[in-house]
Design a protein around this ligand. Structure first.
Ligand SMILES: CCCCC/C=C\C/C=C\C/C=C\C/C=C\CCCC(=O)SCCNC(=O)CCNC(=O)[C@H](O)C(C)(C)COP(=O)(O)OP(=O)(O)OC[C@H]1O[C@@H](n2cnc3c(N)ncnc32)[C@H](O)[C@@H]1OP(=O)(O)O
Length: 188
């Protein structure tokens, strides 16, 4: 494995208004495939703030998440890690960010019916670049590791979403701001 983070970084600082450890975190967008309650066959990932720079997430692998008979699709598992890692950045740093790079190591097959417990950790910050990593364990926080992931998130302005988002979806959010979780400083 290459060294991680791959560039010199500063120690990240947990935002003073970050949710306290053990706080259950809200979905960040009702139509998010990773966490949104409005997506019938989404991952419905739930997350809890951990100590310091960590967030604990979990999701149930269902039959709509299969790649091979009875086994989770690797791309969906990568999606769960994207969500879990992004949740750590969004809630602990309270800044909007997008995934620039995501790498995954699939260590064990994950059967349908498994609850995957994903522990994410913010490892370092270099300017707008935030390096995060996570491991996913099967059926318990001390279960066998099934997947490991590392990612680079890039901090962006809210303008990023306004410039690139589809108009009709942005309009829906403007009409019903409750579709977005209150996890980021809108005017940092
Ligand atoms: C209506 C408002 C809505 C607001 C919602 C707000 C917040 C949400 C709330 C809470 C969050 C909670 C939970 C979130 C949970 C899940 C999140 C899922 C996240 C995603 O699923 S998100 C979708 C997939 N994601 C994309 O859709 C990104 C597409 N992409 C781009 O939009 C640009 O590509 C961008 C912005 C990444 C960079 O563009 P840019 O022009 O701003 O900056 P630039 O290119 O200079 O990169 C800056 C430095 O990052 C380095 N860098 C960049 N990319 C790299 C790579 N791949 N490998 C290595 N290094 C890389 C450069 O090398 C440079 O490094 P250096 O500074 O050292 O030169």
């Amino acid at each position: 494995m290459n060294s991680w983070p791959p560039v010199p970084t500063e120690p990240p600082a947990r935002h003073p208004d970050a949710p306290a450890p053990d706080t259950e975190l809200p979905e960040h967008y009702a139509y998010c495939f990773g966490c949104g309650s409005e997506v019938e066959h989404g991952l419905h990932l739930r997350a809890t703030a951990g100590d310091d720079l960590t967030v604990r997430s979990r999701f149930l692998v269902t039959e709509t998440h299969q790649g091979a008979p009875g086994l989770a699709h690797g791309g969906l598992l990568a999606c769960a890690f994207d969500e879990a890692l992004g949740t750590a950045v969004g809630h602990l740093l309270r800044r909007p960010a997008v995934t620039g790079r995501l790498e995954t190591d699939f260590v064990r097959p994950v059967p349908v019916g498994t609850v995957l417990h994903i522990d994410a950790h913010i490892d370092g910050v270099a300017g707008r670049k935030v390096y995060v990593s996570a491991e996913g364990r099967m059926n318990s926080v001390v279960g066998d590791i099934a997947v490991r992931a590392r990612a680079l998130f890039v901090l962006v302005e809210l303008k990023h979403f306004i410039d690139h988002g589809r108009r009709e979806d942005l309009r829906k959010v403007a009409e019903d701001p409750g579709l977005l979780g209150r996890s980021v400083d809108l005017n940092p």
